[in-house]
Design a protein around this ligand. Structure first.
Ligand code: FES
Length: 178
């Protein structure tokens, strides 16, 4: 038996190129997948046609006592979100004590609206009980979901809490700005 035939039978065909990480990224564009935080590229448009997120005032800073939640929509009216003022500073928080955060309300599993459970300080989905931690950037604690909740980027402007972007893809969308 010739050497090449023998190698093929033994599954040792070295003529097939190995799929390296670099090669995978080159062929699939996987490195380009990620959350846009200052603007998004609409499908089918050139880089010069990126669209910026709206800057949207949500609530006055002095109306937010610790434990307050404020429902709102962002970046458009079809996208429910929830702003929370926690009792202490948290990951990604804004405001005087870095305790204010906001997330898309749509569960990353199948899009049911999550709600805040103050007794556990967690965001819980009523459909299949995925649970997210608003004190740790919306990370998944347990459940069917596999992604954290998209985080609404905030800043303080003239005593207002203002939404300025979204980190993560909102459930059910190909792009956050549609
Ligand atoms: S839709 Fe939220 S856990 Fe399934």
């Amino acid at each position: 038996m010739r050497k090449q035939e023998k190698a093929q039978r033994e599954g040792k065909n070295r003529s097939r190129p190995r799929l390296t990480r670099r090669r995978f990224i080159q062929t699939t564009g996987a490195a380009g997948v990620g959350a846009a935080t200052s603007g998004v590229l609409r499908p089918g448009t050139a880089a010069a046609e990126t669209v910026d997120y709206p800057v949207k005032p949500i609530v006055a800073l002095d109306e937010l006592s610790p434990g307050t939640t404020v429902p709102f929509t962002y970046p458009d009216d079809r996208s429910p979100a929830l702003l929370l003022r926690m009792t202490a500073g948290v990951v990604g928080g804004v405001g005087p004590d870095a305790s204010i955060v906001a997330f898309s309300s749509l569960c990353t599993h199948k899009g049911c609206p999550v709600s805040y459970k103050p007794e556990h300080r967690l965001l819980v989905c009523p459909c299949h009980w995925s649970t997210f931690d608003p004190e740790k950037a919306g990370s998944l604690v347990i459940g069917q979901a596999s992604q954290p909740l998209p985080r609404i980027e905030l800043r303080i402007e003239s005593n207002q809490v203002v939404a300025t972007g979204v980190a993560g893809l909102i459930y059910g969308r190909h792009t956050n700005l549609v």
